[in-house]
Design a protein around this ligand. Structure first.
Ligand code: NAD
Ligand code: SER
Length: 313
C-alpha cells in the first residue's frame, strides 16, 4: 500500500515545502508527516536528523509509514564547503532511510538524484542515462552512490526505490538550499525587487533547468507508475530547457529593461563547468509518460508574476 502514510524528510527545503503542499492537496494533510532538522510549528512536524537512525526508525515504525520522500540532503555548493557534513547527511542519512524502510516494510521510497552525478568526462550535450558518471564534487559522488544503493535495495530486498536526476529547479515559494543553480532564482528575485544582480557564474554557463510545478508532477507521476513498466529505477534524467545567465538576464530585461547583471564567478563556476548543458530525458517519457509543461519563457513569466505578488510591482 502506498500514500496512506507519507513521510517527507527535508520537508522544509525548496522541494520539500512545495511537495508537502502538493501532496496535501491530493491525499490530505493528515496523511503526511513532515520532518527536517529545523524548527517548525505544525502538529504534523517531527524534528528528525536523518543521520540518527534510531529516531528515524522509531518514527517510521510508530506512524506505520508506507511511502517516503527522502529530500534531506546537502546540496552541491554547501557540500563543497562542508564535505564531511555532505557525506554524513547524503550517505549515512540515505542508508538510514533505506534501512528504516526495509525493516518496516515501507512500500516505496523516492530519492531524488541530480545532474551533479555527471562530471567533466561526461558528454556535454543530450547526455543519456547510461554514461560516464565521474563527478568532481562530493555532492555528486554521494548521489552516484545513492542511485546505486537505491538500485541495490531494489534488487536485494525488493524495496521499491525510485528517483530522478533533477536539473536545477526554479521556484519562488521557498528559497533554494545551497546549490549551484540557485543563481537563476536569485537573479529573477533581484530583478523583481528592482535590484541589480551579481552572478556567481560566467554569463555563458549553460545548465539544464525545470520549473517546480513540473518537478512536483514528475515526483508523483513516477511514484504512481506501475513498477513492472520501469526499466530504470533511481536514475531517470529529467530536464525542461537549458539556458545561460546571459540568456536569463536577456529574458528578464523584457519585463525590467533597466535590470543589469555583473558577472563575478566564484568557486561554483568549477562545479557548473563540470555539469552537462543538456540531457536526454526520453526514458522518463517512455517508461512513465512524463513530459514537462513549462518552457523557458513561460517559467520566467510565471516566476515574475508570482514574485511581484510577494515583493510588489
Ligand atoms: P534544500 O537544501 O532546499 O532542502 C534540504 C532540506 O534538508 C533542508 O530543509 C535541510 O534543513 C534538510 N536537512 C539537511 N540536513 C538534514 C539532516 N541531517 N536531517 C534532516 N534534514 C536535513 O534542498 P532541495 O533543493 O529541496 O533538495 C531536495 C533533494 O532534491 C536533494 O536530495 C537534492 O539533492 C535534490 N535535488 C534538488 C535540486 C534543486 O535544484 N533544488 C536539483 C537536483 C536534485
Ligand atoms: N540544483 C542542485 C545544485 O545546484 C542540482 O542538484 O546543487
Amino acid at each position: 500500500m502506498t500514500f496512506e502514510k507519507i513521510l517527507i524528510t527535508g520537508a522544509l527545503g525548496q522541494i520539500g515545502s512545495e511537495l508537502d503542499q502538493y501532496l496535501s492537496e491530493i491525499f490530505g494533510r493528515d496523511r503526511i508527516i513532515i520532518s527536517d532538522i529545523k524548527e517548525k510549528n505544525d502538529p504534523r512536524y517531527k524534528k528528525i536528523d536523518v543521520t540518527d537512525f534510531n529516531s528515524l526508525n522509531f518514527l517510521v515504525e510508530k506512524y506505520k509509514v508506507d511511502t517516503i520522500y527522502h529530500l534531506a540532503a546537502i546540496l552541491s555548493a554547501t557540500g563543497e564547503k562542508y564535505p564531511d557534513l555532505a557525506y554524513r547527511v547524503n550517505v549515512d542519512g540515505l542508508h538510514n532511510v533505506l534501512e528504516a524502510a526495509r525493516i518496516n516494510k515501507v512500500s516505496q521510497v523516492f530519492i531524488p538524484s541530480t545532474i551533479g552525478v555527471f562530471g567533466p568526462e561526461t558528454p556535454r550535450r543530450n547526455v543519456p542515462i547510461e554514461t560516464i558518471t565521474r563527478p568532481t564534487t562530493l555532492y555528486g559522488i554521494t548521489k552516484v552512490f545513492a542511485e546505486q544503493l537505491g538500485n541495490y535495495y531494489q534488487r536485494k530486498f525488493s524495496l521499491d526505490v525510485r528517483g530522478v536526476r533533477f536539473p536545477g529547479l526554479i521556484s519562488y515559494k521557498s528559497p533554494p538550499g545551497g546549490g549551484t543553480t540557485d543563481y537563476a532564482i536569485e537573479m529573477i528575485i533581484s530583478a523583481v525587487r528592482k535590484q541589480n544582480y551579481t552572478c556567481f557564474l560566467r554569463e555563458d554557463t549553460v545548465l539544464p533547468m525545470m520549473y517546480m510545478p513540473d518537478a512536483l508532477e514528475a515526483i508523483l507521476k513516477l511514484s504512481e507508475a506501475p513498477l513492472e513498466k520501469l526499466i530504470h529505477h533511481t536514475d531517470f534524467n529529467l530536464t525542461s530547457f537549458s539556458f545561460s545567465p546571459k540568456e536569463l538576464a536577456h529574458e528578464i530585461s523584457n519585463y525590467y529593461p533597466e535590470f543589469s547583471v555583473i558577472y563575478k564567478p566564484d568557486f561554483r563556476q568549477e562545479i557548473a563547468d563540470s555539469w552537462p548543458e543538456s540531457l536526454d530525458a526520453s526514458a522518463a517519457r517512455r517508461e512513465w509518460g512524463f513530459a514537462p509543461k513549462y518552457n523557458f519563457k513561460e517559467t520566467v513569466k510565471d516566476m515574475i508574476y508570482h514574485l511581484q505578488e510577494i515583493y510588489g510591482h
